[in-house]
Design a protein around this ligand. Structure first.
Ligand SMILES: Cc1ncc(COP(=O)(O)O)c(C=O)c1O
Length: 455
């Protein structure tokens, strides 16, 4: 068996390998509804390399064992997290990206794809109406995008290592913001958390008061993080008020739009995200909603030079850019980077503007439909304007809600529905993410019945 595809003739062995792998993958999809979203038990293939290596068929058999134990996001009951089924074009994009094995570190290692990445970032920047100086970089996940955004924000302050520096964010901001603070060497109290209202949105008056209090205590706020789509309920912070406040105080505004950012691509919700155009940095995660295979996140900034100024170190072993632009490895934390942008670009091309809109609108519709089927006399529903909602029994104590969510999640799994179990404001909830295009109204009816009968 050849280990590498032939560089000078059609490689029939390689074609057969790809074809058989494709058939196995397609079989895995085709048998989805015979299994649940997540296997109850599974085997693992051997892990260490064997002495003489394996044949194609042996490798494919081992892959099948691994696939049988995998989570299945395409199951109609897979509603627990922001992990939707992958678009077919995105899968193919991922495969081609692996085959090309280009490196987004530098133009010379990815001539066309570096340009594609710049183009895709510019397309998103235009969709979000960010200024002409804007640009961005593809990043492996939202946590890294958020960390990079805060590093860029901090790079503008005089004393980077000043422990009186603070970031202000809502109490419902994603944990990646806490982690960024810790990785940046700042004490945990450097994250100044602002209370949210009954809709899960940051309270703007509290933000202002807390900012003044921090200031009076000699603390320097170097960034405000607004969340567009909180993790538990999809709330969007009041972006307009926050951006006005940041402008008046000269503060860096980072919008964590890992969940909500793509909802700017449908007129149904785009107006909710208008003020993103005023942000200094924005994290968008097409992997979470649009079916782009993992990982796919973009960090967009209103001035692309800010990325370069923060991350560039000089590249003594790399040719300068032919385009007079920044090299991919000089505008982020990652060095070698895969061509993740191919699957994003191909996925968006496959959907087209109408497909994107339909995908997002249907996710919103499913959330509204589920909400309409819940017995609100028994169950409290919390949500925002996006496609997530979370449920807990009315008037249950912390302990009772904990028990209920545990038992009900198990019950749901018996019926092939997988919901997640977040803690929120002292209670345990069951959260449903309605971004799965295979979830039809009859599935939602069944889900609602089980939930309504759970107390
Ligand atoms: C609001 C928000 N921001 C950031 C992230 C982190 O994204 P990732 O999981 O891609 O690191 C998440 C993850 O769920 C999130 O919900």
């Amino acid at each position: 068996m050849e280990f590498f595809a032939s560089p000078d003739q059609t490689d029939h062995e390689f074609i057969s390998f790809l074809t058989k792998a494709g058939i196995n993958l397609s079989d895995w999809f085709a048998t989805t509804t015979k299994r649940g979203p997540s296997p109850s038990s599974f085997d693992l293939p051997d892990i260490a390399p064997s002495r003489n290596g394996l044949s194609q068929n042996q490798l494919l058999d081992e892959l099948k064992v691994l696939m049988a134990g995998s989570y299945q996001p395409s199951h109609p009951g897979a509603l627990a997290h922001l992990d939707p089924p992958p678009l077919t074009a995105s899968i193919v994009g991922e495969l081609i990206s692996a085959g090309l094995n280009n490196n987004l570190l530098a133009e010379e290692l990815s001539p066309s794809i570096t340009k594609l990445e710049r183009g895709i970032c510019n397309w998103f920047v235009n969709q979000l109406s960010m200024p002409e100086t804007s640009g961005g970089v593809a990043v492996s996940g939202g946590s890294l995008s958020n960390l990079m955004a805060l590093l860029v924000a901090r790079s503008n302050v005089e004393n980077l290592y000043d422990s009186s520096l603070v970031v202000m964010a809502s109490a419902e901001a994603h944990v990646s913001i806490d982690r960024a603070i810790s990785v940046m060497g700042l004490p945990p109290e450097s994250l100044s958390k602002v209370s949210t209202d009954h809709q899960g949105q940051i309270i703007i008056e509290s933000l202002k008061e807390q900012y003044m209090k921090n200031k009076s205590q000699g603390k320097t706020c170097f960034a405000v993080v607004a969340t567009a789509g909180t993790t538990v309920r999809g709330a969007i912070d009041p972006l307009n008020d926050i951006s006005d406040f940041c402008k008046s105080e000269g503060l860096w505004l980072h919008v964590d739009a890992a969940i909500g950012g793509v909802f700017a691509l449908t007129p149904t919700t785009s107006s909710l995200l208008n003020s993103i155009s005023n942000a200094n940095s924005v994290c968008v995660n097409p992997q979470k909603v649009l079916g782009i295979t993992k990982t796919s996140s973009l960090l967009l900034v209103s001035n692309k030079e800010d990325l370069f100024n923060c991350f560039s170190t000089g590249f003594p072993y790399i040719e300068p850019s032919n385009e007079g632009d920044f090299q991919g490895g000089e505008i982020g934390l990652q060095g070698t980077r895969s061509a993740e942008v191919i699957k994003l670009w191909l996925g968006l091309r496959q959907l087209g503007e109408n497909g994107i809109k339909i995908l997002l609108d249907k996710a919103l519709e499913r959330r509204l439909y589920l909400n309409s089927k819940i017995d609100h006399s028994k169950l409290e529903v919390i949500s925002g304007p996006l496609h997530l909602l979370a449920i807990t029994p009315v008037d249950f104590s912390k302990h009772e809600s904990e028990e209920w969510s545990n038992t009900t999640r198990k019950k749901l799994l018996e019926h092939d529905f997988m919901l997640s179990r977040p803690q929120y404001k002292g209670k345990s909830y069951l959260k449903a993410v309605m971004g799965n295009p295979h979830t039809k109204f009859h599935h939602i009816d069944q889900l609602a019945d089980i939930l309504n009968q759970s107390i």
